[in-house]
Design a protein around this ligand. Structure first.
Ligand SMILES: Cc1cc2nc3c(=O)[nH]c(=O)nc-3n(C[C@H](O)[C@H](O)[C@H](O)COP(=O)(O)OP(=O)(O)OC[C@H]3O[C@@H](n4cnc5c(N)ncnc54)[C@H](O)[C@@H]3O)c2cc1C
Length: 649
């Protein structure tokens, strides 16, 4: 696929963002005042499907059921509480200003827009900052055990891209504790019969009837049974697609299947090339690895990042005196220091490693050193703050980070792109709502740390319950029977795809294909992209895809628990989606946030945006197998803030 010729920046009529009019502070209130309501007695007539039980999905399902709607919820894990959100470590942002250090809704809004390099929709981000304070209240009421200060108020720490402390946390297990809160709310509704939970069930297709989302087709991962489910609205909260790079900090099951198949049914895919590389992960140790491990950004509150000043200095870290160390983040970004945003900190690490100053095997690592913090605060305090992360680091590397610096390196972590949604979180397919990491809505070209949990919970607890209600109030309950031809067609397509995978009968494992795809993506569309590397990837991916369909081997059958088959279906989608991601990266001829095109940089190596030509959301329309997708543009209009060149110096 070659890059389409430049399209003028005219708003696509396909993309109506439905942003309420009026001052930014009033937009969400105005929307809620204008929304139509469903009479309580009528709510039970509507059915909603929620795919995903992470923070976004569990929060939405529980809230919708609490309102009186009937909900069916799906996840591929054996329990809803195993959703990937459970892995989140460092914390969740909220503009509570408990610290009196100058925080406000406005500042959280501004930091998030700036952190995203002015590529997110202003109105959505302002609402996110407003709702952040409600989230904390809701979670505290659920009993989430946030860390507290001596006076009893909730404690905060700092995350990248902010000069205030606004990150609420529960040690290094914030996601787990928040998910337990949402999961309990979900279980309560399961107990009350308002939610029917389908674990170990994978959505394989979206069913669209007369242009409206009306259900899904699923596969029971234990028996292999293909089934249809009809509803008045479908919510996808299926997480991010970092695993298109094979090695990432995401759980191995994370995939693009649900949103990619919805894209094939007519949902626009927005900004697929906006991917986030996290600066503090345990470095890759060899070809055998199947995933990478994050060391939370919270560690940069107390850890100092450095490399030797001299190239090729092989001395042990303890033997390198202060004068021979380069604390490069503190040197280059004195205002934010070790808490520079992720995209900037990642590129800075790559730069020093490219100069030959990296540490550890292969020179692909930098130190994250706690010795100063331990001297200042004592080992016990550091243990109390980050004990589980130090334990995890020890288990994986065999090194004791209380006494020797951690070695870290950037890795794929989060995807800002996702299905395009309007202000109401509805996709281009009426009746299809998309929440959490699966949508593109709030983080622009770079997400700030601790903002994903905030967004997932804002979407699930506080936005979707209103906007889906408004959608229902404007429609009549109408669920087609699952015998409708569209359901039958989607079931047939799902069965055919499974049969096709099982009948390849080649010799090469699915994992080896996935690993090779990941390598192509990382080397050509990773931390740095160029026109040449992207064109190369766009040539290599279709070649690999053809080989996949000729040479892969999927053992077992479709009528049993078959994890190779599950993986094969997901890799088949990654093989197509990877191409879309690279095409988007090729088309965006500027650098912004995590999308760093080496051709477009400032003299000191920072991302160089082109606001005149690229301040838009790219939204891709599927046009069929083998046909180039069409690029639509939603121009980004900033009414409340002025765009500027980002600086953290
Ligand atoms: C290691 C790590 C640490 C992190 N730490 C932080 C942090 O400290 N703070 C922060 O803000 N963010 C953090 N993040 C990011 C954050 O955890 C995620 O962005 C967020 O949890 C995503 O939530 P979600 O509800 O959108 O999706 P997920 O939690 O990924 O849930 C996806 C759900 O969809 C289901 N699903 C997916 N596909 C299908 C399908 N086809 N059929 C059926 N079900 C399906 C899954 O079963 C699952 O239930 C971290 C991420 C990682 C990887």
């Amino acid at each position: 696929m070659s890059a389409p010729s430049p399209v003028p920046m005219t708003p696509s009529p396909w993309l109506n963002a439905r942003i309420p009019s009026g001052p930014i502070e009033r937009k969400w209130d105005k929307a809620k005042e204008d929304f139509k309501l469903v009479n309580p007695a009528n709510k039970r007539k509507f059915e909603v499907i929620v795919v995903g039980t992470g923070l976004a999905g569990a929060a939405a399902a529980a809230s919708l059921a609490e309102l009186g709607y009937n909900v069916k919820t799906f996840c591929f894990q054996d329990s809803p509480r195993r959703a990937h959100s459970i892995a989140a470590q460092g914390g969740i942002n909220a503009a509570k200003n408990y610290q009196n250090d100058g925080d406000s809704v406005w500042r959280l809004f501004y930091d998030t827009i700036k952190g995203g390099d002015f590529r997110s929709r202003e109105a959505n981000v302002y609402r996110l900052a407003q709702l952040s304070v409600n989230i904390i209240d809701q979670c505290v009421a659920q009993g989430v055990p946030f860390a507290r200060e001596y006076g009893g108020l909730l404690a905060n720490r700092s995350f990248g891209g902010a000069q205030v402390s606004r990150t609420f946390y529960a040690r290094g297990q914030t996601g787990q504790q928040l998910l337990l809160g949402a999961y309990q709310a979900l279980e309560r509704q399961i107990g009350l019969g308002k939610i029917k939970m389908f674990s170990r069930t994978e959505m394989l297709d979206l069913v669209v009837v007369d242009g409206v989302a009306k259900g899904i087709v699923t596969r029971d991962l234990v028996t292999g049974e293909i089934a249809s489910h009809a509803a008045d609205a479908v919510v996808l909260a299926t997480g991010g697609y970092s695993n298109v790079f094979y090695l990432s900090t995401n759980a191995r099951g994370c995939n693009v299947t649900a949103i990619y198949r919805a894209y094939r049914k007519g949902a626009a895919f927005a900004n697929p090339c906006f991917t986030q590389i996290h600066p503090t992960c345990i470095p890759v140790s060899g070809e055998h690895q199947s995933k990478l491990t994050l060391m939370s950004e919270s560690l940069r509150n107390d850890g100092r990042v450095w490399v030797p000043r001299q190239k090729g200095d092989k001395r042990a870290p303890s033997q390198i005196p202060e004068g021979d160390r380069d604390y490069y983040l503190e040197r280059k970004y004195p205002s934010y220091g070790n808490l520079a945003p992720r995209d900037i900190a990642s590129r800075a690490a790559k730069e020093v490693c490219d100069e030959g100053r990296g540490v550890g095997p292969g020179g692909l690592g930098v130190y994250l050193d706690f010795s100063d913090a331990i001297k200042r605060l004592g080992e016990a305090t550091i243990k109390e703050r980050y004990g589980n992360l130090f334990d995890m680091y020890f288990t994986i590397t065999g090194e004791d980070a209380y006494h020797t610096p951690m070695r870290i390196y950037p890795a794929l972590h989060y995807t800002m792109g996702g299905l395009w949604v309007d202000y109401n979180l509805m996709s281009t397919i009426p009746g299809l709502f998309v929440l959490g990491e699966a949508n593109f809505s709030d983080h622009g070209a770079n997400r700030l740390g601790a903002s994903a949990l905030m967004q997932g919970l804002a979407d699930g607890y506080f936005i979707a319950p209103y906007t889906i209600g408004n959608y229902f109030a404007s429609t009549k309950p109408s669920r087609p029977p699952t015998s409708h031809p569209e359901f039958k067609k989607a079931e047939e397509a799902a069965r055919d795809q499974i049969q096709r995978l099982l009948s390849i009968r080649g010799k090469r494992t699915i994992v080896s294909f996935h690993r090779e795809l990941g390598k192509i993506m990382w080397e050509n569309c990773g931390m740095e992209r160029t026109e040449a590397s992207l064109k190369k990837a766009l040539q290599l991916i279709p070649e690999l895809r053809s080989q996949f369909w000729l040479e892969a081997i999927v053992t077992g059958s479709g009528q049993e628990l078959n994890q190779t088959l599950e993986h094969a279906g997901r890799v088949a989608d990654f093989m197509e989606f990877g191409e879309l991601l690279c095409l988007d990266a090729l088309t965006r001829r500027e650098s912004c946030g995590g999308h760093f095109r080496a051709e477009f940089q400032t003299p000191d190596g920072e991302a160089l945006r082109d606001d005149e030509n690229f301040s838009f959301v790219s939204a891709w329309e599927y046009k069929g197998q083998g046909t180039a997708p069409v690029l639509h543009k939603e121009p980004l209009v900033y009414e409340s803030i002025k765009m500027s060149q980002r600086s953290y110096k």
